[in-house]
Design a binder for this molecule. Structure first.
Ligand code: ADP
Ligand code: MG
Length: 585
């Protein structure tokens, strides 16, 4: 075939393919246009999974009648003029491709009226061609209707998934944008049934309740905006779950950069990193984080769908997200509360519901440190949404040890009620923080053994430990090869003097063999966790009251006293309010 220039309709179908992949892309582009138009109300209606029908209606600024036709041309936009403008984009759209692309691969109707004009325009297009154009009366704003997606591109149509899958994509997209724009009231319906509605009252927490339910909405913590650090000014706001609330995968982490939803695995990791050692293995937080950064610091023109962005200083953005979330958790994460009433069985359903509601209403307040039973603090006065009182909510209040239960748990009392502390988990946390701080100062107290101890291991374990002798040494373990699969232990970390060195080394080897741990720091931390696990007081060990006292005092000094280094809770808190409720006071 000789070289020839492609016909215009072929070109536009190719171009459309980049932007419009599936029904959810149509929803995305139309919703973004509605947001750019300043809408305060956006309706998304679909039928047949969005393949048969999508309509997005908004009450935004509308398109002037004289410009309605131009809006459908490729590369026509009101949001950008010069290439220079590209470096400080503040709108979601700017490429001028969406309407043209959607029109090229469907039958499309645009009904719009600009706020200041007496009549509006009604345009009907099919496969990119204008069929009819007339004037129309309608309220200010815009409604774009798309029908029969890919009716003229059979190859594309074949790749569409089931109606359910396409709907799921539309749901995910619409709910995300509802979270990014809590001031906009979103309504989503499929086949005439409303499946989602956001209140549009500017409160993110209320949108999170609409998206993820009451429990999540009650649990999440307001991100504390961090003081600006060096480099570009980056502000992180939003809501993140406390360590006691977690999910099986990372799809509950949603990130926005300057109001644009982004898929950025590095930033997602920054959020996960902030929960380091606070969550059980393989569990992930729920987070809705908005990153605000000067537009010239971020390039949004990386991909036609703009779900990827590039930062001028991506390390700075990573740090800002990680720090803001971490700081929030340390300051505001509440002790995991007993969720189920102890006398559950005896409660009537009605009381149980009342109880649940009460718990739900209590949780966010205790979470933000606004409801306290501290006598000195007086009655709760802080307004919802007010900054938390000074004093670290992540840390523990002073506790008084009452006794030990089952040689496993310590009972303690504090200004906020009763605490049941897992002695092993608590001791692990205390030792872990001590060891980590010594390690950070390269000053781990190491104790030489009077007689070096040979430890026999499997060849595999000996091999993997042999590759990490330096990491072991930095944590106080002086270990050297001793022929075959035997290692000779010359010194151990002072805190692990009573621990079984062989058991620690075996656990470390097992963890190294199963996990993939590329980073040296991760290896060292894992070693530290294993050391502390072996060195900590065990369940079933009777403790003297001064030992319990010392442990609780040490726990009070910890930065993250509420979870053990493996992410399990160290304690259960029964607040004074809950106790009163349980006893029907
Ligand atoms: P872009 O959003 O990149 O500018 P589009 O093809 O999505 O490109 O839209 C083209 C233009 O049509 C926009 O720049 C805007 O002026 C106008 N427009 C599209 N949708 C709307 C809407 N819902 N309300 C007001 N104007 C709109
Ligand atoms: Mg657009």
């Amino acid at each position: 075939m000789p070289i020839h220039v492609l016909a215009e309709d072929v070109v536009s179908q190719i171009a459309a393919g980049e932007v419009i992949e599936r029904p959810a892309s149509v929803v995305k582009e139309l919703v973004e246009n509605a947001i750019d138009a300043g809408a305060s109300e956006i309706h998304v209606e679909t039928r047949g999974g969005g393949v048969a029908f999508v309509r997005v209606t908004d009450d935004g600024c509308g398109i002037p009648i004289a410009e309605a036709e131009v809006a459908f041309r490729r590369h026509s936009t009101s949001k950008l003029t010069t290439a220079d403008d590209l470096s400080h984009i503040t709108t979601l759209g700017f490429r001028g491709e969406a309407l043209a692309s959607i029109a090229a691969v469907s039958r499309m109707t645009l009904a719009t009226r600009a706020a200041g004009e007496p009549v509006g325009a009604l345009l009907r297009m099919e496969a990119g061609r204008l069929l009819t154009r007339q004037e129309t009366g309608r309220p200010p704003g815009t409604a774009v209707t798309m029908e029969d997606l890919f009716f003229n591109v059979p190859a594309r149509r074949k790749f569409l998934r089931t109606e359910r899958t396409e709907r799921r994509h539309i749901d995910a997209f619409t709910t995300r944008y509802a979270m990014a724009y809590p001031n906009v009231r979103f309504t989503l319906s499929h086949g005439g049934r409303v499946v989602f509605q956001s209140p549009g009252n500017s409160r993110l927490r209320d949108v999170v309740i609409a998206v993820y339910g009451l429990e999540a909405g009650a649990a999440v913590l307001d991100v504390i905006p961090d003081a600006p650090v060096h480099g570009p000014s980056i502000q992180v706001t939003g809501l993140v779950s406390p360590p006691s609330f977690h999910r099986a995968n990372r799809s509950f982490i949603t990130l926005f950069v300057n109001g644009r939803w982004v898929q950025d695995s590095r930033l997602t990791y920054a959020v996960i990193q902030a929960y380091h050692t606070l969550l059980p293995q393989g569990r992930y937080p729920l987070a809705v984080a908005m990153v605000a950064i000067a537009p010239e610091e971020v390039d949004v023109n990386v991909h036609p769908t703009k779900a990827e962005v590039r930062f001028r200083d991506s390390d700075a953005v990573f740090r800002a997200v990680q720090r803001a979330v971490r700081h929030t958790l340390l300051e505001r994460a509440p002790v995991p509360a007993v969720r189920r009433p102890l006398t559950w069985g005896s409660l009537t359903t009605q009381r149980r519901d009342a109880h649940r509601e009460r718990l739900l209403s209590l949780q966010p307040r205790t979470a933000a440190g606004q409801l306290r039973f501290d006598k000195e603090a007086g009655p709760p006065t802080a307004e919802p949404g007010a900054p938390p009182p000074t004093g670290s909510e992540g840390r523990l209040p002073p506790l008084r040890v009452i006794g030990q239960v089952g040689a496993t748990y310590i009972i303690a009392e504090g200004p906020e009620g009763l605490y049941l502390i897992d002695q092993h988990a608590a001791h692990e946390r205390v030792l872990f923080e001590q060891l980590c701080s010594q390690q950070q100062q390269a000053d781990v107290a190491s104790q030489a053994l009077l007689e070096p101890q040979p430890v026999d291991l499997s060849p595999e374990s000996a091999g993997v430990l042999g590759a990490h002798l330096e990491a072991l040494a930095r944590l106080g373990f002086l270990v050297e090869p001793f022929g075959g699969a035997t290692l000779l232990v010359r010194a151990v970390p002072a805190i692990a003097l009573t621990a079984d060195a062989a058991a620690v080394l075996e656990d470390v080897a097992a963890a190294l063999l199963t996990g993939d741990m590329p980073m040296a720091s991760a290896v060292e931390e894992m070693i530290a966790r294993q050391v502390c696990k072996q060195a900590a007081v065990k369940a079933g060990q009777v403790m003297a009251s001064d030992e319990m006292d010392a442990l609780v005092r040490a726990l009070e000094r910890c930065t993250s006293p509420r979870t053990c280094p493996h992410g399990r809770p160290t304690m259960i808190h029964l607040s004074a309010a809950q106790l009163a409720l349980e006893f029907g006071r």
